[in-house]
Design a protein around this ligand. Sequence first.
Ligand code: WTA
Length: 656
Amino acid sequence: MSSQIDHLLNENREFPPSPEFAAHAVAKPEIYERAAADPEAFWAEQSRELLTWAKPFTEVLDWSNPPFAKWFADGELNLAYNCLDRHVEAGNGDRVAFHFEGEPGDTRTVTYSDLTDEVKRLANVLEGLGIGKGDRVALYLPMIPEAVAAMLAVVRIGAIHSVVFGGFSADSLRARIDDAGAKLVITADGGWRKGKVSPLKPAVDQALADRDGKGVQATVENVLVVRRGENDVDWIEGRDVWYHDVVPQASAEHEAQAFPAESPAFILYTSGTTGNPKGILHTSGGYLTQAAFTHRNVFDLHPESDVYWCTADIGWITGHSYAVYGPLANGATQVLYEGTPEFPKPGRWWDVIEKYGVTIFYTAPTAIRGFMKQGREIPQARDLSSLRVLGSVGEPINPEAWMWYRDVVGAGTAPIVDTWWQTETGAIMISPLPGITAAKPGSAQVPLPGISATVVDEQGTPVDNDNGGLLVVTKPWPSMLRGIWGDPERFVDTYWKMFADKGFYFAGDGARLDEDGDVWLLGRVDDVMNVSGHRLSTAEIESSLVAHEATAEAAVVGASDETTGQAVVAFVILKESFLRENSAAGLADELRKWVGTQIGPIARPRDVYVVSELPKTRSGKIMRRLLRDVAEGREVGDTQTLADTAVMSVISAQVK
Ligand code: WTA
């Protein structure tokens, strides 16, 4: 970490916006002062301007019971109406909502009218299946238009979606279905990935089977299945319903009922510092306000002419806010791509950009670093001249990757917006605004208008410029999480306890202010790892490892990795009873695979080291810092607090 910080401190390039860009930019510099003068009035104004309220709100923020905020509480609206019907009513029904590109090369053009019709039909189907206000619906789908339609149909009828990333295992899916008490699962037979059909329905079947042994009552009544992969699937009559058997036949008449602004819209599970994922709860009016505002201003969206592409899967918050709610509320035209960047060969993403004339592109640093490795010849063989704004999200972007992104992908002119935010914040919080901010490679720069965030020391005192500390948000914001599903105490403990006397939200990230007061993110300060922009919990992977019959103890760390930002590295101690009967040969690999099937391929450790001891303090706490030194091939740091100071040399020898 320290070499990384030194490196960042030497970064002093700056790229001011071009006058031409600034002249046409959505956001004008005065926006910062206007927002700072009265943040609540600013958000109220944005909300009225960007959204259509069925019943206008008169209250803005209610912070009388912190940390439980209410925004626009007496107003009523329908999220799907805001994303769909109103654009059709305004005469934009023929505008393309999605250029869909399937991985095998099939395409579909979905207009706002098409999508509105589909969502209305699906809303009728969901109601026919007995789903109503407040019911939870789990979605386990590939990146296809039906996935977007499903999210919108659920919120249209006042139900709550919980999208589970299609790369998660049956066990992970089961845990999420159970925690939310889902009544319906919407899935597909399978989706395309790397030239093959990756099955989804079998994982749903597995997640819903075998429950008695676990002592859990299944809450799921039906499974609605989209045909996509055309792979064979098992079928339970009476429970399973084909999407194509019911949706096209359903009526396309469906009036969107307005719901109070604080009605729950969705739950999205994310990893925390314990083994159990947290169901982050978002509500309606405040969420959509900030998603729409940030999408329009941060990406400089001109909906009539731009073609926007966010590569995130809808299983993550970026897919929710910037491939569904923000862009659709703004009437944007988007690209939706099902597969991987490398299929059938490297350069597929650049082909997609060229084909659809993408103007705004939003992706993760891991992807950019992967492209850097493959070489600039690949993007340079395509015409990427349509691109005019580039975004980055999910992890710190190193200055080299930033420069490459700008020079090779953005022709040395496209502004880059490095956007910091979280599942919990719901929408972008810290980012440059193109056309205003002079961009610095590697810095997320300044809180957006209407957002108050800063860097503090452990006592909560703001640090001076040129100093580091912990990133906090100091005032409530419209798209903030409203809680953790079913666990208000954990919500308070995780985010608000650390600086309870100040009322600050603790983000879990370390950050530094440079001499101008710009923010540089330095990664997580807790036991959460960030692998390819995906959040993973050390505790969750450790508990998966010890669930294996061979493992006695496990410690997991995130070690820096050139491509994925961080990589999962596990240290395990084997059970003596196991070793008496079995050999340890091949076990490291088996454990890697084990985690992959238990949690999902994204959690599979890069390395598993079998060791005889783990470094612990006298109170028994594992010192991950020392294991990280080993994993990153560094000299091991201060071992004085260890119960047994010799243990690190034993481990280092075993790892070599
Ligand atoms: C990290 C993704 C540096 C950070 C939207 C945060 C970033 C976590 C950036 C949230 C960025 C996100 N620069 N770090 N621009 N954006 N992060 O919930 O550690 O999947 O806490 O939300 O990603 O990850 P999440």
